[in-house]
Design a binder for this molecule. Sequence first.
Ligand code: PMP
Ligand code: GLN
Length: 389
Amino acid sequence: MDDRPLLNRRLAGLGTTIFAEMSALATATGSINLGQGFPDTDGPREIAEAAAEAVLTGRGNQYPPGPGVPELRAAIAEHQQRFYGFEYDPDSEVLVTAGATEAIAAALLALLEPGDEVIAFEPFYDSYAACIAMAGATRVPLTLQPPSFRPDLERLRALITPRTRLLLINTPHNPTGMVLTADELREIARLAVEHDLLVVTDEVYEHLVLGVAHYPIAALPGMRERTVSISSAGKTFSFTGWKVGWVTAPAPLTAAVRTAKQYLTYVNAGPFQYAVAKALRLPDEYFAGLRADLTRKRDLLSDGLAQAGFEVFRPDGTYFITTDIAPFGFKDGLEFCRTLPERCGVVAIPNVVFYDNTEAGRSLVRFTFCKRDEVLEAAVDRLSRLRPS
Ligand code: PMP
Ligand code: GLN
């Protein structure tokens, strides 16, 4: 073979995801894994039983319909109505995907032409960079700066060019925990309408808001027709391995995303789709309980990290806390995270891998708090052995 690189130029440099690297490091070193965001307690038993029952009664064991089983599409449409007052037609405006990850990939592959520009908040969730690259488009970062990580909307306006096709937003935002306010969303929506941009909005943490409200951008004037909204059962119901996600969007956008999705996975998670339909109809107490639980865990870990010497940026949403490690005399979060297991038996995620402007994220490190209280307490105990310099 010639010496042409095997990995194509669009994917060059993307390597192994940081989540795989850090979870493998946690396993290899027996560390407490506060890196990759997955709960250490499964979601409601009745929902797990619904999945088992679907398998045993032959529901979804063979290829389900391409757009998702009708029961789940109806439940997604109902959920949008119940929480946000949206009307989406379950047949033409709802699409079930292999997690939000596939929804993001299918949306970007369907909607972008090579050379289009996509503006997204930096730090970016890592699959955004990969999918924009696979589509041959160009990412244009709007850097969120600590301590608040609020977007500079004047800067957003300045970043829009004739080549801008799409705004990719994420609220609540991974990894910073920033939640866009109604005013910020109104301004973003105004810019999208003024410049006739598409919007893809990743709202997988929609129910993980801790003392603030989540507003979907699709609700704003002029937005429904240009917005692809994405969510997933993984975070809301603590079943990240099931990989059931969905898109809600007007029929022409849903049809475009469905075209790409058909050739990525075609379908997935047949029996789990029935269980997620049941989960979406859980009573309000379930959603309130999830928020209360996570609020307590956020406070437990934020206070512990602050006491251990980290600069803590307390999040309003998600189950992640971003910290600055500068007080420890460290500048490089990647090096800090690679050596943390041997120094104190804890794994975290270096935010720098989510930046194009790496200087902006160099000393930031993310910890997840979707773990049992005793695990969080043990982690804080271990981290307290680190000494700020
Ligand atoms: N978007 C964001 C912001 C995420 O943090 C994640 C993963 N945790 C996803 C998308 C992917 O979700 P899923 O596991 O449903 O594919
Ligand atoms: N979204 C999860 C996180 O941010 C990880 C998902 C994954 O490993 N791709 O931790």
